[in-house]
Design a protein around this ligand. Sequence first.
Ligand code: NAP
Length: 354
Amino acid sequence: MSDDGNVRNVVILGSGPAGLTSAIYTARGDLSPLVLEGEPSSTSDQPGGQLMLTTEVENFPGFATGVMGPALMTEMREQALRFGAEIRTEKAARVDLESSPIRVWLAGDPDDAPSILARTVIVATGARSLMLGLPNEARLLGYGVSTCATCDGFFFRDKTIAVVGGGDSALEEALFLTKFASSVTIVHRRDSLRASKIMQDRAFANEKIRFAWNSVVEDVVGGTTVEHLRLRNVLTGELSTLDVSGLFVAIGHAPNTDLFKGQLEMDPAGYLVTHDGTKTALPGVFACGDVQDHVYRQAVTAAGSGCMAAIDAERYLAALEHAASVGEATGGTSPSGLAASAPPSLPTAGATIG
Ligand code: NAP
């Protein structure tokens, strides 16, 4: 189906492994996708997604000696551009996924004139870092409080740092920070880690890493920068002070789904619900990657589901085109190509994708 310039075939929201893989596939399928890659930010909600805030990725297939997260995302972006994807460094401000065509507003668009109309939308907005919700946490974000060791670790040379969390993210942050810091204390609310065995082994073997077990951060204290943490032992209730210049929060993620509230079905944690691959309940709207996956959450699974979304979108468009041509041949009411309901039949295989 040709992209007539006014109504895009495919609009992709997000540019992590899921979004960019769907861009590569739909661009190769000649569907001229438009990617709204997001805007620069210090959280994982930014162009390139969570891998922009990570260091070495050792488990993405094809890289025998590992690859840096940002380098991997740069390659994916280049690959999408090479096949003709259009990428804009903007976010969707509002969407109407139930309209036909689907309407997407950018910041500053008038209510009655969204910038973008689309036959299909692939939602790949990913997930963002969770915060602790401490009284001073937001005020000191960027002034000693961080969610990104790769971005901010450099500023903590020879300083003491705390990392909160017991998962792979926390250990990865802590291990990276030992390059700069004099010591890194992992503050964890239990007495055992959730992280993978290999990461645990590395953390336990690193002499710069210490552990504050069964402990939570009550508050981060400081005027213009972090001066110390107030810790509470959850078993004894005992309060203590931990002198650090930096607090890195690595306690997991939440899906970026605020934009879709009231339009797309979500589970209790806010992740999008998909069925039969990457379909949502709305025709022409597909979801892939961490925004709909709270189980696997890996770069490679996100990329895989981005591929699935591209194929699902391509088949949907092919079915629309088929329905339109049948309508014309029988003299019936010709579908506009922007049907509000699911197309009558779906071709079995993507003719152009893959
Ligand atoms: P996660 O596995 O969900 O771990 C979150 C950690 O934060 C848990 O230890 C949890 O404690 C703790 N936590 C949660 N809320 C807290 C709160 N309010 N206060 C204090 N502590 C809190 O998240 P993740 O580490 O971001 O990892 C997410 C996924 O990405 C996992 O599948 C992981 O394997 C993957 N990942 C892989 C790599 C890698 O392979 N290199 C790197 C990063 C992430 P509890 O343990 O008590 O629940």
